[in-house]
Design a protein around this ligand. Structure first.
Ligand SMILES: [Zn+2]
Length: 123
């Protein structure tokens, strides 16, 4: 298995968005699993074309559910694929709701936790 750093990879995929506003409005989460598959979740409805273009063969785009955070989409996709999430890296600080989910699922993360609710969270 290739040893990837999900934090760095999440930032890489996020940073191909060059428009500053669009960049600020989105988040990318990269989740390694107990297989070669690495799941890429976005907070948007889908990955942008420029992001999809740089995905590697073993990187799977998570289906997005409206209003879900990138982390939630990535973790839900792992379940759907019957994979176990190992480590998640996120391109910005992780909100408290996602932190709780990550801890419940016993997934490792070296991304900073904000300790706060997301201001973008609708509910
Ligand atoms: Zn979150």
């Amino acid at each position: 298995m290739e040893n990837i750093n999900p934090n760095d990879r999440a930032k890489e995929i996020h940073d191909v968005i060059t428009n500053k506003i669009a960049h600020n409005m989105s988040t990318i989460a990269v989740l390694t699993t107990n297989s070669e598959v690495v799941i890429v979740g976005t907070s948007e409805s889908k990955l942008r074309n420029e992001q999809r273009k740089i995905l590697k063969e073993n990187e799977l785009e998570a289906e997005s559910i409206t209003g879900n955070h990138a982390e939630e989409n990535a973790i839900a996709e792992a379940k759907k694929q019957h994979l176990t999430g190992i480590e998640i890296g996120v391109s910005r600080e992780i909100c408290i709701d996602c932190q709780e989910l990550i801890e419940k699922e016993e997934i490792i993360s070296h991304t900073a936790f904000s300790g706060k609710k997301s201001t973008k969270r609708k509910s």
